[in-house]
Write a protein that binds this ligand. Sequence first.
Ligand code: AMP
Ligand code: GLY
Length: 422
Amino acid sequence: MQVLVIGGGGREHALVWKIKQSPRVEKVFCAPGNAGTGEIAENVPIAADDIKSLLDFALQKKIGLTVVGPEQPLVLGIVDQFEKEGLRIFGPNERAAKLEGSKSFSKDMMDKYGLPTAEYKTFTSPENAADYIKTKKGPLVVKADGLAAGKGVLICQTEDEALAAVDSIMGKKSFGEAGDQIVVEEFLEGQEVSVLAFCDGQTVLLMDSAQDHKAAYDGDKGPNTGGMGAYSPAPVFSEIMRQKVRDKIMLPMIRAMQKEGRVYKGILYAGLMLTKTGPQVLEFNARFGDPETQPLLVRMENDIIPVFEACIDGTLGQCQLGWKEESSVCVVMAAEGYPGSYEKGKPISGLKEANALPGVVVFHAGTKEKDGEVLTHGGRVLGVTATGADTPTSITRAYEAVNKIQWQGIHFRKDIGNKAGN
Ligand code: AMP
Ligand code: GLY
């Protein structure tokens, strides 16, 4: 079978790496890919949101399975368009992907079906939002409704900050149309955990847990990013919690979507806050997490192809997932300045040496190959991932590998995995 992976980040390099291990797969294409995917698959120079060109390519190459990494093509309806042409594609269709595409839709669904989530209100007028904020005490979270590459969420400690956030999103349109509508919600405290599940419309199969590190700097300081590192499993997420999340959050949401005529197939990713009163949903995403996918897939024992197929065919009830006992840690190496502005085109050295260390895989994100050299080409550049007998061993291995890699202007967090606390 020929497989097409859509996207060009660390998540997609990890997906290509995992898919390549399937005996069912003859060839993998990645559109647009990065220097890392280019080493193990054939990169195709088509942007992830250019659905028409992707469709033409898939038809022409007789692609047996397409796996979508990022949210934009899902929200734009790539699954509907591929299925209309009889192509097999893994991911939710446009109506189902709205769970990530619109935060107000997602909150309304949680509210309607009684899922635990922060108290909230939705606004299309900045004046009404301001009136509401003035009635509230304590920190608030102001969110742009639409997609904003993980940056549309502003945590506001004071009323003034919340009012400024409304002005930035609705007045100054910092996130464009994504901010025509906003959600203002109560601030929740606790540890965050990412729970990803395979779904076939009816059944959910939870992956092992992972914890992301959203803030740019050590100690969870600084602005939110797409994610600066992740590890798996997260000891804070116990087996009892896992069952609770499956039965009270993941399954009810899949059933709710089915009831609303929005049958959900693909990955359902719940960003959870583990509060004193139990897990609360911060958001749902319609895709694999980045960087959570990197530490998850290096631990996954299954051939991933039959699992993708079971999601498409509605036979997930017959699948079981296996996870290596080992723990894994992924440290994101970013360009200095990220998540703000940063430079590109810096030559990267030490990749071979890092990859040669025991238990280490260096997944590429924003990289580009030019004349045999690997150059930086994005904010998050690499996801240095290591497995080990326990989290401290994986942490040591991952940072040993990080220390072999050089370019001019590197930024990475030095505390990835410390929250595991062992
Ligand atoms: P979201 O895209 O909605 O998951 O928000 C991005 C990040 O903002 C989350 O991973 C949390 O770190 C933070 N966040 C979002 N909503 C809340 C909330 N209600 N309380 C505290 N932190 C939040
Ligand atoms: N790591 C956060 C996300 O993928 O949205």
